[in-house]
Write a protein that binds this ligand. Structure first.
Ligand code: ZX8
Length: 449
């Protein structure tokens, strides 16, 4: 029999030979899912986006609903007050497991798979273990801190979603909180310093985390290892990476193992402002939280048009968008989240040609003489120009020069008249852009610069 592919050996030099596979470069848009015990209380103060709230206050009014356990450990937090009023001061967080396990029996993973496919997503990344230590698959790896159990889902939520997602033709990735596990370290985190000092570094935890990742790879062959918030120094990531790539050659590994090698970087509630040669993926919630937060309203959630423009901007600079959905314990998704997914899917259905499979052009952006924003992507011999905002009527893109005889089309095929002007190129756009979101133009042949 052909020798088993052993292309990678457990050292950084060998691992650096791995290149980002085309499927990840082409995908552009993935769905992040944060689902777990925290989805039962589903409560956090919507204090603001990560990066916009002073870090000295962030942990006391943590907008991340998936941080509920840590938040209720901080006795002067709004979450603690809410917890006492709603469940009582002596209600242990891990008792939410009963409601979570009872309610997710009704969950049909194929509903999520078709929803994400219709939204235009090409891959999915599900939390398998978040900071609270609860695993969404029935792991056989014992948790030394939880001899009494109650820390592993009896239903194989990871396997059920993986099967449905792949059945819909999407790639499946797995998130694992390697850096924090609140069953190993129970001290509350109130400062960035606490983040570091409460990251478990014992040999026992390193073996536990390594065994978990290896179990996940063996059971599900994930296309993405989305580790979060660091990894125990004794965790031997080089060996894990080499074994992973030898088992899943088209796999990708993010940069949150906090080691010298990764396939892509992961700005959170952030994006780069120029094209970067290294592949990156920007992740964020639709609101300020990753876990479902029942108190978030439209004033906290990104507007549909802004979401579409965010994707276009990220793609023009060599990034992917990993957009998070926070489901309820029974697997249903709130209306406000569904609404944004559907808006994105509708726009991509008409305008996705210049997004999926595209690559950045020589520059990511330009302005119109009216002050509008333009983003560029390239695919084959076409340049795509996305005019953000409600571009309509004659629109002049500054600094853009087309070759004589170039063909310009609206996505969906209708041709667009254009002419060279002193400033650049004027396009005769329809009087009103029909749907929400940027107007996408395909220009062939693509200008050289
Ligand atoms: C996806 C989210 N990750 C959070 C941890 N965040 C980070 O480790 C982090 C945040 C961040 C911001 C810019 C660049 C890198 C960064 O890494 C984690 O604390 C949240 O609960 C959620 O799972």
């Amino acid at each position: 029999p052909a020798a088993f592919a052993q292309k990678y050996s457990p050292d950084w030099t060998s691992l650096k030979a791995h290149t980002v596979p085309n499927w990840f470069e082409d995908a552009k848009f993935g769905i992040f899912i944060h689902w777990g015990l925290y989805s039962v209380p589903a409560w956090a103060p919507p204090s603001g986006e990560l990066g916009k709230v002073d870090m000295s206050r962030w942990f006391y009014q943590n907008a991340y609903a998936e941080w509920y356990l840590n938040s209720i450990r901080l006795k002067d937090s709004p979450s603690y007050k809410h917890h006492v009023e709603t469940y009582g001061a002596d209600f242990d967080y891990y008792r939410f497991g009963q409601a979570f396990e009872q309610q997710n029996r009704a969950w049909k993973p194929q509903n999520w798979a078709s929803l994400f496919k219709d939204a235009g997503a090409r891959y999915v990344v599900l939390t398998t273990k978040h900071h609270d230590g609860y695993t969404l698959w029935p792991s056989k790896v014992p948790n030394p801190k939880r001899p009494q159990g109650g820390i592993n889902s009896p239903r194989d939520l990871v396997g059920d979603l993986t099967k449905a997602v792949r059945g819909a033709g999407l790639h499946m990735g797995l998130y694992y909180s390697g850096g924090l596990d609140w069953t190993f370290e129970t001290r509350p985190i109130a400062t960035m310093g606490d983040l570091r000092t409460t990251a478990p570094q014992t040999e026992e935890y390193a073996r536990y985390a390594d065994a978990h990742w290896r179990e996940l790879i063996r059971l599900y062959q994930p296309s993405v290892l989305w580790n979060d918030i660091g990894y125990p120094k004794l965790g031997k990531p080089e060996a894990l990476f080499a074994d992973y790539y030898n088992a899943v050659p088209e796999g990708v590994i993010n940069n949150r193992f906090s080691v010298e090698y990764s396939d892509f970087t992961t700005p959170e509630y952030a994006k780069y402002d120029k094209i970067t040669p290294k592949k990156w993926e920007s992740c964020r919630g639709l609101g300020f939280s990753f876990g479902y937060n029942q108190v978030e309203g439209p004033e906290h959630v990104i507007a549909p048009e802004a979401l579409i423009e965010l994707l276009v901007d990220i793609v023009s600079k060599n990034g992917n968008l990993l957009l998070n959905i926070g489901p309820k314990p029974d697997g249903t998704i709130s209306e406000i989240q569904l609404n944004r997914l559907n808006a994105l899917g509708a726009w991509l259905k008409t305008n996705g040609d210049g997004i999926f499979g595209s690559r950045p052009w020589v520059r990511p952006s330009a302005k119109t003489t009216a002050g509008g924003d333009v983003r560029f992507t390239k695919k084959g011999d076409a340049l795509y120009a996305f005019l953000l905002g409600r571009a309509a009527g004659p629109s002049t893109v500054v600094g853009l020069t087309l070759a004589p005889g170039s063909t310009v089309r609206l996505s969906g095929g209708r041709s667009v008249a254009w002419k060279k002007t002193g400033d650049g190129t004027t396009f005769e756009l329809p009087a009103n852009s029909p749907a929400a979101g940027p107007v996408a133009l395909s220009i062939t042949p693509a200008p050289a610069a």
